[in-house]
Design a protein around this ligand. Structure first.
Ligand code: G3H
Ligand code: 13P
Ligand code: ZN
Length: 330
């Protein structure tokens, strides 16, 4: 058993309190490998932003949980070496069982999500409460979820979305003791967040998605004033990346994300954690595809993973500075 405190990590409590007060959101970027971790840390050091390093159960399977733990510990030292001791949280994304959450807590995670959103309400309450009771003994913070996001990811799948019911949030938060609440107001995971028939097309033929349900968010904030709210599925799916991918041998069809303007608006509210994974995948894929097409003789991984890492860093700095408002808040 290792405490995250020994690793130099922090939980989300203070980060979220400051973010709500300051009208910005903390970036929660997913990582699976060294280049992603380096890009996240160097970007957040440069932007002087607090950050949540997010690990999904798919990432744990891919990279090995022990390695990821040591990489997060390394991230703390790397940030210091780059010149800034920014607050870094290591968070389990979409934990689906008590055992998985416990294992992460015992391994040095400073925050976990228990995602019981697909369970019947009372079962979600019971599971979330059990995780909170364990986590709080070690000062680890817990994110719960109410409402279901649509979209298909490796470990997170649902055909249809169910918006969060504002009338349930007080009961859920009180009964479970969670530190933050993920809600469903129209975002979804992946690069195809909306079906083309849900969108309109602008003059350039680009899909414009419907607005997020800010009315539901406002109602939730009214029920839980000052309580930390989390937005999953918040990639914007930059069309410049989609274009590079598709002109360099890729085949991404009807990829559409959440417009940055709407994320800026959300970040000013009680939304204090914004989850971004797909945009990083797009940035990396665009950069790697470009090298492969432009220089087919290249076979040194550093020559394509390096540019991918540079593009990721640019993307993350942009998110902190121009979308979430977390730059300068470390
Ligand atoms: O919410 C899902 C994240 O994007 C993680 O995706 O399960 O494919 O690692 P993953
Ligand atoms: P995106 O797929 O929109 O990046 O969402 C990621 C996420 O919510 C991770 O939990
Ligand atoms: Zn998610």
């Amino acid at each position: 058993m290792v405490s995250y405190k020994e690793l130099g990590l922090v939980n989300t409590r203070e980060m979220f309190a400051k973010a709500i007060k300051g009208g910005y959101a903390i970036p929660a970027f997913n990582f699976n490998n060294m280049e992603q971790m380096q890009a996240i840390i160097s970007a957040c050091v440069e932007a002087n932003s607090p950050v949540i390093l997010q690990v999904s159960s798919g990432a744990r399977k891919y990279a090995n949980q022990t390695l990821l733990r040591y990489m997060a510990q390394g991230a703390v030292e790397y940030a210091k070496e780059l010149g800034r001791n920014i607050p870094i949280c290591l968070h389990l994304d979409h934990g689906n069982s008590f055992e998985l959450c416990k294992s992460c807590i015992d391994m040095g995670f400073s925050s976990v999500m228990i995602d019981g959103s697909s369970l019947p309400y009372e079962e979600n309450v019971a599971l979330t409460k059990k995780v909170v009771e364990y986590a709080h003994q070690f000062d680890v913070t817990v994110e719960g979820e109410l409402g279901v996001l649509a979209g298909v990811e490796d470990e997170v799948a649902s055909e249809v979305a169910h918006y969060t019911k504002p009338e349930e949030v007080i009961d859920f938060v009180t009964k479970t003791g969670v530190d933050s609440l993920a809600i469903s107001i129209g975002t979804s995971h992946g690069a195809n967040k909306f079906k083309p028939e849900q969108c309109t097309r602008n003059e350039e033929g680009i899909l414009v998605p419907p607005e997020l349900r800010f009315d539901i968010l406002a109602e939730i904030e009214k029920q839980l004033p000052g309580f930390p709210i989390v937005l999953h599925g918040s990639s914007s799916v930059p069309q410049e990346y989609v274009k590079i991918i598709n002109t360099h041998g890729g085949a991404l069809k009807d990829a559409v994300g959440i417009p940055e303007e709407q994320l800026r608006k959300a970040a000013k509210s009680a939304v204090c954690k914004i989850n971004i994974d797909s945009d990083g995948r797009l940035a990396m894929t665009a950069a790697v595809r470009k090298v492969f097409v432009d220089n087919p003789a290249e076979f040194d991984p550093r020559k394509y993973l390096g540019p991918a890492r540079d593009e990721l860093k640019k993307l993350y700095i942009h998110k902190c500075e121009n979308v979430l408002g977390s730059a300068g808040k470390a």
